[in-house]
Write a protein that binds this ligand. Structure first.
Ligand code: F6P
Length: 551
């Protein structure tokens, strides 16, 4: 199940955003309107602003009215997308052209969530197998869940895209999960991660899933070997029943000793792979029917993205705002604040999705990109973040657009607590918008003010500039379908951002150098241990010094 796209029309990107005429328009608009745009005045002047900038697709409701833009800016941004030939790029994506040019691959994770065989013209190897592999994987998942199944613990061993997506979704859908089993995710080569899980499980009731697209990843193979050795040491014998592999590299999995494997294909990027067999832990957790709902939610977002005009497309308009915030408003980071404990791993998942996809400095032709690309993505669930870093978001010198994710119906019976949660999220967005002028702060009695302090000075400490941007993504309920749609929304938005910046969102060469140097260092560490005097020869003095200290 390896390579690749059979030859089709070679993909040619459109013009880069900073080369487009609309970029000049946006630069002028930034000076004339954007820089001093006061959202409070914009709301006062336009009673329709909230409804004008609240859109729905695939069951998600997104309010971008608290962003520093207006109709002129939105129109110019949409022109920019048009001029950059975004529609042609989107069509090439769905068409299965090799838009991942540096790896010569198509990008077709959408085929994994299509209910039938991918209907488009795409001609990538493996497309005919998608439905059959999915059915086999789902049947296996249901067997693991069946009455009388020996498994009480599912241990997923994988890292990056082979960990973050499944882990995030299994946690998010806990109320939909079969509570008779525990789900563990081991990723770090720090063996403490694995050991903490092994301390809780027994060989006869544990299913290990070795998840690796390439089946060459150091961390995953190291942990899988340790797990296998533990399994045998603790009296386990039936490796075939207790270890399964999920990979595009079936041969390497077989060499490792797993006989049950679920494949996928190289046109599925690691960070886009949770829809494939990599989603096995999700399917075991929620069952095949709910997994199909999860795929269906994502598919609904695919259809929206594929067919909606640019001006009403949720992923497109959100990506245009991202570009506006990054390159004109000048925001180096974006915070993700899910007001949902279930979505606690969403910020980590989005870090990989966005930063591994769009953290690039050269365009498709290898030319330096002249504008800023991926912001730093970070965050924590609300309300916890409020008591940690929201101080900086309200009063710091950087403007941080915040993405609030709020869910109307809780999956627990504590309605009062949920009201508090929602009120907190809404209040933070409100506070970022309205701020608090110094005059108002001066009139308030500060609870802990020193008598000696000049009241004007204190008032300045208690001033909030306001006019700080945020987006609110609202879900009626955190169901498999809604979560699927939410993830697909982010995926397409990342694609659109990358397309406008003119970069390839689907490679990740930036992770290679560290990997190569790590294996060289492991060789040097062995040399040190063998007492070779020249083990550090040629290293920079800092690394050589560390080698001497650690080993
Ligand atoms: O090192 C980065 C990366 O290649 C990610 O893109 C990927 O999700 C992760 O490593 C794990 O890779 P694999 O699934 O091949 O083990």
């Amino acid at each position: 199940m390896t390579s690749a796209v059979l030859p089709g029309a070679p993909f040619r990107p459109g013009p880069r955003c900073d080369h487009a005429a609309a970029w000049q328009t946006l630069t002028r608009l930034w000076d004339a309107q954007g820089r001093d745009l006061d959202m409070r005045a914009a709301f006062a002047a336009d009673p329709q602003r909230a409804s004008r900038y609240t859109w729905e697709a695939a069951g998600l409701r997104v309010d971008v009215s608290k962003q520093r833009w207006n109709a002129d800016i939105q129109a110019a941004l949409t022109d920019l997308a048009r001029e950059c030939a975004l529609e042609a790029h989107r069509d090439a994506l769905f068409d299965g052209q090799a838009i991942n040019t540096t790896e010569g691959r198509a990008v077709l994770h959408m085929a994994l969530r299509h209910p039938q065989r991918w209907p488009g013209r795409a001609n990538a190897e493996g497309l005919d197998e998608v439905v059959a592999v999915r059915e086999r994987m789902l049947a296996f998942a249901d067997q693991v869940r069946a009455e009388g199944s020996p498994y009480t613990d599912i241990v997923n061993i994988g890292i990056g895209g082979s960990d973050l997506g499944p882990q995030m979704v299994v946690r998010a859908l806990a109320p939909h999960t079969d509570a008779r089993r525990r789900y563990h995710f081991v990723s770090n080569v720090d063996a403490a991660d694995l050991q903490a899980v092994l301390d809780q499980v027994r060989p006869e009731s544990t299913l290990f899933i070795v998840a690796s697209k390439t089946f060459t990843t150091q961390e995953t193979l190291a942990n899988a070997r340790l797990a296998k050795a533990w399994f045998l040491r603790e009296g386990g014998s039936d490796i075939a029943r207790h270890f399964v592999g999920v990979t595009t590299n079936l041969k390497a999995a077989a060499d490792f000793g797993v006989t049950t494997t679920f494949g996928f294909w190289d046109w599925v990027g690691g960070r886009y792979s949770l829809w494939s067999s990599i989603g096995l832990p999700i399917a075991i957790a929620i069952g095949s029917a709910a997994f199909r709902d999860f795929l269906a939610g994502a598919h609904a977002m695919d259809e929206h993205f594929r067919t909606a005009p640019l001006a009403t497309s949720l992923p497109v308009q959100m990506a245009l705002l991202d570009l506006w915030n990054r390159d004109f408003v000048g925001c180096p980071t974006r915070a993700i604040a899910p007001y949902s404990q279930a979505l606690q791993r969403l910020p980590a998942y989005l870090q990989q999705l966005e930063m591994e996809s769009n953290g690039k400095s050269v365009d498709f032709d290898g030319q330096p990109i002249a504008v800023e690309t991926s912001p730093v993505i970070w965050g924590e669930p609300g309300t916890n973040g409020q008591h940690a870093f929201f101080q900086m978001i309200h009063q710091g010198t950087d403007v941080v657009p915040v993405e609030f994710i709020l869910i109307r119906e809780p999956d627990h019976p504590h309605r009062d607590a949920h009201d508090k949660l929602l009120a907190n999220g809404l209040a933070q967005a409100q506070a970022l918008l309205q701020g608090k002028p110094t005059d108002e702060a001066r009139q308030e009695q500060a609870p802990t003010a020193s008598r000696e302090l000049d009241p004007d000075c204190l008032a300045r400490h208690r001033t909030f500039s306001g006019n700080r941007p945020s987006t609110l993504i609202a879900l009626d309920r955190l169901t498999p379908a809604r979560l699927g749609a939410l993830i697909a929304l982010y995926e397409h938005r990342v694609f659109v951002m990358g397309s406008l910046w003119g970069l390839n969102s689907f490679d990740q060469w930036g992770v290679e150098l560290g990997k190569a140097l790590c294996s060289q260092l492991l060789g040097r560490i062995s040399a040190v241990r063998e007492g070779q005097a020249d083990a550090a020869a040629g290293l920079d003095a800092s690394t050589a010094g560390q080698l001497a200290w650690f080993f």
